[in-house]
Design a protein around this ligand. Structure first.
Ligand code: FAD
Length: 341
């Protein structure tokens, strides 16, 4: 059969990294990325991009750990290469601090990040409202540069990029053999997934170049993440809130909470507000589906619903998706050789 034609719907971190994994694994397939929005206008552009996973109760821990490890290893290699500054990937050290002792002594990702250890008394003195904490080094993606870097690699491999809103996956049937759905929160409308819901997040980007270490409150709501050119201050989590308008009272609240963790932020300048909708679900939808209409079939692979962890998990889920695409290619080849008999 001719080279299979694959369309990836979505150009956030999940769509672009999935497309890259597919083209790296199956270099002969003809691949296109079709998306309503590209960087800098996706949810992925708003993210803080820190590699600190949240635990998802509905996904087995060994699966979450494998996805995180795959992602960490991939980005760690980039951070150690000459590509690091263009890709916007760097190591960052810091502290996660707790107001009460956490139930879980060691998070599942503690031996994936680097140098994980309990904080010393001297370190804890910086946080008088907190009773204990963990120190470690992890990775941070500066999101728009990383998305541009992924796009550049895809284009270098001959992948076509189309700006287009897809209203129904079936409309791609006449042009493609396999469709990979990485539409993020857009999948709510695109495939009518009622289990997918937005968790609105607001963050501030500030100029505070003296802040070099990350600080994260263990509840995950308040965080200070230094990037290459700015520091991300967060955040909010508002389930089922679809509004993309900045909320001034949240801006003040985020700023006050971050200043109570790091008082020097009172001197921060150039405050920019960003809002995004985390594509949340009890677990990521990562599975094959066959759509059929009037005897014709379209092979679909879904990879969406990464919630708060799209950056922490993207390379791991991209690899699993590429594996499922491989199964679809095998099924197409099988049906094509049967048709010739
Ligand atoms: P998106 O980035 O939303 O991309 C979806 C793509 O699909 C877009 O290109 C869109 O245009 C396209 N699309 C949608 N519908 C259609 C359609 N019908 N037709 C064509 N195209 C369509 N994660 C972390 O790991 N670490 C963090 O520190 C972190 N911080 C965050 C902070 C905030 C404030 C927010 C909001 C999120 C944060 N996240 C973080 C979560 C992370 O941003 C998401 O998990 C991730 O961006 C999801 O990526 P995605 O590619 O699935 O979705």
């Amino acid at each position: 059969m001719a080279a299979p034609k694959v369309a990836v719907v979505g150009a956030g971190v999940v769509g672009l990294s999935t497309a890259l994994c597919i083209v790296e694994t199956f270099p002969t397939c003809s691949l296109a990325v079709v998306a309503e929005r590209f960087t800098p206008s996706t949810t992925s552009d708003v993210a803080a991009g820190m590699l600190i996973p949240h635990t998802t109760p509905d996904i087995p821990i060994h699966v979450q750990k494998q996805r995180f490890k795959e992602t960490f290893t991939y980005l760690f290699a980039i951070s150690n290469s000459a590509e690091a500054s263009e890709a916007g990937i760097h190591l960052v050290s810091g502290w996660q601090v707790f107001k009460s002792t956490p139930k879980e002594e060691l998070p599942f990702w503690s031996d994936v990040v680097l140098g994980f250890r309990p904080m010393s008394e001297a370190e804890l003195q910086k946080f008088p409202q907190h009773v204990c904490g963990q120190a470690f080094t992890t990775l941070k993606c500066n999101c728009p540069p990383y998305l541009l870097w992924l796009e550049k690699r895809l284009k270098a491999k001959g992948v076509q990029m189309y700006t287009r809103k897809v209203t129904n996956l079936w409309e791609l049937h006449s042009e493609y053999n396999i469709v990979v759905n990485c539409a993020g929160i857009g999948a709510h409308q695109l495939v009518g997934d009622q289990k997918l819901f937005p968790v609105r997040g607001q963050v501030l980007e500030v100029h505070a170049p003296w802040v070099k270490n990350f600080i994260r409150d263990g509840d995950g709501l308040t965080y200070i993440y230094p990037g290459i050119h700015s520091v991300t201050l967060g955040g909010t989590r508002e389930r089922e809130n679809w509004s993309l308008s900045p909320d001034p009272s949240s801006t003040k609240d985020i700023f006050d909470r971050c200043c109570s963790l790091e008082p020097s932020l009172q001197q921060a300048r150039d405050i920019k507000v960003k809002v995004g909708l985390r594509p949340s679900r009890a677990c990521v939808r990562l599975e094959r589906e066959v759509l059929s209409q009037g005897g014709a079939k379209l092979l679909v692979v879904h990879n969406y619903g990464h919630g708060s962890g799209g950056f922490s998990m993207h390379r791991g889920t991209a690899k699993e998706t590429a594996h499922l695409v491989g199964e679809c290619i095998a099924a197409l080849q099988d049906s094509s050789s049967r048709a010739k008999l």
